[in-house]
Design a protein around this ligand. Structure first.
Ligand SMILES: Cc1cc2nc3c(=O)[nH]c(=O)nc-3n(C[C@H](O)[C@H](O)[C@H](O)COP(=O)(O)OP(=O)(O)OC[C@H]3O[C@@H](n4cnc5c(N)ncnc54)[C@H](O)[C@@H]3O)c2cc1C
Length: 374
């Protein structure tokens, strides 16, 4: 056997798995790009979420509440830049109050640290340039430098002996009963096999493709992904001092995403987004649609009355790996697949937001699942 464990994908979740699994197993991480974190893990809001949005039975809720605490403590011990700045979730009209109340109840059910309901006056006192009729205050929400986080996970996993194969793409997987043969293509086109007892599929946008490669029927198991793009617009730097905390409107009724919100970067600058646009084909294109500026402006000026259209300039886009079945199953798939004839094969599928916040807890959970085998 070449390795006890192979991880496919070097985003923040794969790196966390590499750190936790290499404490126990000889581990290899395979990543198709020249380095880690070139896809979704570098194209997000960099927010440490509290866990308020997710139904209490979900892994998202459990891992986010725990992940919020473990990520702050990781940041402190590893000198990762972060700020625990807190966030307002706001209603701008009476119709939104019912959802705010529902969210507050969820927050209590999920045991979110310090959450409370705030009046219009209190919001005005702390954020005089935000319009709201009521809101929730979540003090445990913050921001993080996700690249520095990935660097720390990479160097800690390397120090534990984890091997990394960059510029290597997984193109096939054979299930040979008590071990797996993984076929890897190098940049020059040559394909070679790697054998392993355990496999962790942490391939982000391609995690459903990897599940098909090992022979799973992704439609039968609800693993198929659709992709949804999110755009971000940057707010003119000279207006950065107008807001100090994260400000989120109430999400749309189908809860497909959190609504076009205002985030504060570590340097204090302001950013709006992401929006939510289904992608017609699964082709990794990060092309920016600049005509969306009007949609962003109209949406955000409901709570940022000072915002002008020419305050907005295009920033970045990111792509969400959205389970087709997300309305019936609004959760991460984190499954060890013995029951499907794949012992020691762990699928991580649909790891959308709050995957960054949950990364350390996902790594621990995967280690727990595979430890049962050894
Ligand atoms: C717009 C947006 C905003 C978000 N905001 C937040 C936020 O504020 N807070 C939060 O907690 N979460 C947020 N998230 C979610 C978070 O970014 C993701 O959950 C997290 O980054 C997922 O990490 P990952 O490692 O699973 O995936 P990825 O970062 O996508 O990594 C997967 C890796 O697998 C590799 N790979 C794929 N196929 C193969 C193959 N065949 N062979 C080898 N390698 C392969 C890819 O190259 C890639 O590097 C956001 C997501 C989006 C899209």
């Amino acid at each position: 056997m070449d390795y006890e464990c192979v991880i496919i994908g070097g985003g923040v979740v794969g790196l966390s798995c590499a750190y936790f699994l290499s404490q126990k197993f000889s581990t290899l991480l395979i990543e198709q790009h020249s380095s880690f974190g070139q896809e979704t893990s570098s194209r997000n809001s960099q927010v440490i979420h509290s866990g308020i949005y997710y139904p209490s039975w979900t892994l998202k809720a459990k891992l986010c509440v725990e992940g919020n605490k473990s990520l702050y403590s990781w940041c402190k011990s590893n000198n990762i830049p972060y700020r625990r700045i807190g966030k307002y979730i706001i209603a701008t009209c009476d119709d939104e109050l019912e959802y705010l109340e529902k969210l507050y109840k969820r927050g209590i059910e999920n045991c979110i640290d310090g959450i409370y309901e705030v009046s219009r006056e209190e919001i005005l006192k702390n954020e005089p340039n935000v319009y709201a009729i009521a809101g929730l205050w979540s003090p445990s929400t913050g921001i993080i430098d996700s690249h520095k986080l990935m660097e720390s996970l990479y160097s800690k996993a390397s120090a534990l002996g984890c091997d990394f194969a960059f510029y290597h793409k997984v193109v096939g997987i054979d299930n040979l009963g008590d071990y797996y043969k993984i076929y890897v293509r190098i940049v020059d086109g040559e394909i070679f096999p790697v054998t392993t007892k355990f496999v962790v599929n942490s391939a982000g946008l391609e995690s459903d493709t990897i599940a098909s490669l090992v022979g799973l029927d992704i439609d039968k198991y609800g693993y198929r992904l659709n992709w949804a793009k999110g755009h971000y617009f940057r707010v003119k730097f000279s207006k950065s001092n107008l807001v100090r905390h994260l400000v989120y409107p109430v999400p749309p009724a189908d809860e497909s995403y959190l609504g076009i919100h205002l985030t504060v970067d570590l340097d204090g600058s302001l950013k709006l987004g992401p929006d939510f646009v289904w992608m017609e084909c699964k082709e990794q294109s990060y092309k920016f649609d600049e005509d969306l500026n009007i949609k962003f402006w109209e949406s955000a000026k409901r709570y940022l009355p000072w915002l002008e259209l020419d305050d907005l300039s295009p920033d970045q886009t990111g792509i969400r790996p959205k389970l087709i079945s997300y309305k019936d199953y609004p959760d991460f798939v984190i499954n060890e697949e013995s029951s499907k004839g794949l012992p020691g094969f762990v699928n991580l599928i649909g790891i959308e937001s709050p995957g960054l916040t949950c990364c350390l807890e996902i790594g621990k959970l995967v280690r727990e699942k595979l430890s049962d085998f050894s």
